[in-house]
Write a protein that binds this ligand. Structure first.
Ligand code: AMP
Ligand code: FE
Ligand code: FE
Ligand code: ZN
Length: 284
């Protein structure tokens, strides 16, 4: 079976306009259903605001829904994205952590816009007016404003030119330590999956001893099948993940029109979702 087959499969990593995707949760679900997927997880950055809408839309379209979130974390000074599935949405400590990241993201975006305004026709009022309430703010929103004002052609170009971590306009955001986030996700009854550990835009793959460290504090899986993972970085990670008994997930990281990633272009089998749900059930 080709990895692009959608029947019986789940896309475990998608974004809506509640973070930096360009379409509503309902539209993300519709795209998943139209692609022939059996189900999807909505994993907006640092927010669970889209769950109710996505769950209702999935039910209406007759596909399965897995509640998720992509948590901004850091390890050894590097940004690490952690996917969490099936967390208790009333877990106070985890929710407080998400709010803390969201607030820091606003302050950080304001400062980046302030720096950019020295060289580009841009101000915070103009950027923020396009961001709805309850939305996790990110660099893509700044990119969209710069594109709308005609400074660049698309998000990718803005990232390459002015939004990357080496840029003088770049400002870091607050982030929890990855190991602490993994413990928090487990405490909230969920499972944690390390997102795109060999993504091209990172300086290198997540080191093998770091993967071991994460597994020791409760990591459940690792997203080795992701369009942005570098193929030559994968075999070593796959071998270590297998030795550690980690699950290996596949997902598209769909962002609507915000990225070239097509929904369902990478996916996970229903058997993996069953194992995930059994683990979530035993942690309750
Ligand atoms: P932030 O969350 O503010 O750190 O911004 C990171 C987000 O920007 C990622 O989740 C991606 O969705 C998006 N992103 C990063 N690089 C690119 C790119 N080259 N083109 C489009 N979107 C990107
Ligand atoms: Fe994103
Ligand atoms: Fe990510
Ligand atoms: Zn993502």
């Amino acid at each position: 079976m080709s990895e692009y087959t959608a029947a019986g499969r789940f896309d475990l990593h998608t974004h809506s306009s509640l973070s930096d995707g360009t379409t509503s949760p309902t539209e993300v679900v519709a795209a998943a259903a139209d692609a022939g997927l059996a189900g999807l997880a909505l994993t907006d950055h640092d927010t669970i605001e889209g769950w109710d809408e996505a769950r209702a839309a999935a039910s209406a379209r007759g596909i399965d829904f897995v509640p998720g979130v992509e948590i901004t974390t850091k390890h050894a000074g590097f940004s690490v994205h952690l996917l969490a599935y099936g967390i208790d949405p009333s877990h106070t400590e985890l929710l407080a952590e998400l709010v803390r990241v969201q607030q820091s993201r606003v302050t950080r975006a304001e400062e980046m816009v302030r720096r950019l305004s020295a060289d580009f026709d841009l101000d915070w009022a103009g950027v923020s007016e396009a961001i709805g309430p309850g939305v996790t703010v990110g660099r893509p929103h700044i990119a969209d404003a710069l594109v709308a004002r005609g400074h660049f052609g698309d998000r990718g170009e803005v990232f390459d030119r002015v939004l990357h971590p080496g840029s003088p306009y770049y400002v870091r955001t607050y982030a929890i330590e990855t190991a602490d986030a993994i413990r928090l996700v487990v405490d909230a009854g969920g499972v944690a999956v390390l997102a795109h550990p060999a993504a091209l835009r990172q300086r290198g793959p997540v080191p093998l001893d770091v993967l071991t460290e994460f597994a020791e504090v409760g990591l459940w899986g690792v997203e080795l099948d992701h369009p942005e993972n570098r193929d030559d970085w994968l075999p070593a990670l796959r071998e270590r993940a297998t030795d550690l008994g980690l699950e290996i997930t596949g997902a598209s990281d769909y962002h609507g029109a915000g990225k070239i990633n097509r929904i369902g272009e990478r996916s996970s089998p229903v058997e993996l979702i069953e194992r995930m749900r059994r683990r979530i059930a035993t942690q309750r």
